[in-house]
Write a protein that binds this ligand. Structure first.
Ligand code: PMP
Length: 360
């Protein structure tokens, strides 16, 4: 047997593997997972029925064109079906967007800190990440991002609301930024948490993309619609971009279970968005509770809160876990905590209060 291993692309050596949120312990005291921005509600019975009905045919490949889902999305959002592309979660579609635009020698701009998949999918494509720090208020610095554009820029991610800070960019500043972006550079508005937004100054990407052929809007069924485990997301963009996404898609990347559950979710939207409303109330309760304890919490429009903890991050996450909630630590920076079940949020608030009394 040969001693050498297959030659892998050198760039992979420097790329971290995506780290999922830590799961709650299977054993021991009550533990809630608040580390992956998931929806705490169980699937709606009707949605589950649709998925289970599809399961009866899983000896067959799914509908590769996602016809039913595409038609439903086109109708729901009032966009031409040719402007939609579905994929294996919105992270899958994000990867396709990078592959469709950017390769070695090209640059991809995004804010940092932001969604941790951006640097990974950029480098896997062979492109160069250009990270533009958030402002001191943890908001996208759109002026600095526009200043970072070069002749090599091919794609820019704007995560709105931003993961992990929950902060948003407003209509006017976004339009001003887009006016500065050359028309041959694609801007991806990542709206994974769109349905949780209550700030009326935040634009709907679908209104922005209509007049801007270089804008793609990224959405997911994982968060508000509660289908994280089924892996289905989509982009809306003008035809050349949407067509390129269909070429870069992994064939049959969205299972029939996912397609049918997504259609059923769109049809049950009233109920699902009602749940989102409850989570938004809980978000307010948690944010106000933390502020009352003395924490500085950036205004969040997503289903999580961000606490800048610096050197205390790891200790704080450990204290939360000890109390029964698993949160997401970004060592040296801060902690992102998903809004979960009322009881989970209560445990978190109590843990935060105890930590503050002990360490501040
Ligand atoms: N975009 C953002 C900003 C996210 O936070 C996430 C999930 N954490 C995704 C995209 C990807 O979600 P999914 O692949 O489940 O659609």
């Amino acid at each position: 047997m040969s001693e050498t291993s297959p030659k892998l692309r050198a760039v992979l050596g420097g790329i971290p593997t995506y780290k999922p949120g830590k799961p709650a312990a299977a054993e021991g005291p009550v533990a809630y997972k608040l580390s992956s921005n998931e929806n705490p509600y169980p699937p709606l019975p009707g949605v589950m029925e649709s998925a289970l009905a599809a399961a009866a045919g899983f000896n067959r490949y799914p509908d590769m064109a996602c016809t039913g889902l595409m038609n439903e999305l086109a109708e729901r959002f009032g966009v031409p079906v040719t402007h939609i592309a579905t994929g294996t979660g919105s992270v899958g579609v994000a990867q396709q967007l990078v592959q469709a635009t950017s390769g070695p020698g090209d640059e991809v701009i995004y804010a940092w800190r932001s969604f941790e998949a951006y640097p990974i999918i950029t480098q896997v494509s062979g492109a160069t990440p250009v990270q533009v720090p958030l402002t001191s208020g943890d908001v996208h610095d759109l002026d600095a991002m526009a200043d970072a554009i070069t002749e090599r820029t091919r794609l820019i991610f704007v995560c709105n609301p931003n993961n992990p800070t929950g902060t948003v960019v407003h209509r006017e500043e976004l339009e001003r930024f887009l006016d500065r972006v050359p028309s041959d550079v694609l801007v991806v508005l990542d709206e994974a948490y769109k349905e949780f937004i209550r700030d009326v100054e935040v634009p709907d990407g679908l209104e922005i993309y209509r007049d801007r052929p270089n804008v793609a809007v990224l959405r997911t069924f994982s968060k508000a619609y509660g289908l994280a485990g089924l892996r289905v997301g989509f982009a809306v963009a003008h035809e050349p971009v949407a067509a390129a996404l269909r070429k870069t898609a992994v064939p049959f990347g969205v299972s029939q279970l996912a397609q049918d559950a997504a259609v059923a979710s769109l049809r049950a939207e009233d109920e699902l968005l009602g749940r989102v409303g409850s989570l938004v109330c809980e978000r307010q309760r948690v944010s106000e509770g933390l502020a009352g304890q003395g924490w500085t919490v950036p205004d969040t429009q997503a289903n999580f809160v961000w606490l800048r903890m610096g050197e205390l991050t790891v200790d704080f996450a450990a204290a939360c876990e000890q109390a029964g909630v698993v949160v997401r630590a970004f060592p040296g920076e801060g902690v992102r905590v998903t809004i979960g079940e009322t009881e989970a949020n209560d445990i978190f608030l109590r843990a935060a209060e105890a930590f503050r009394k002990e360490r501040f």
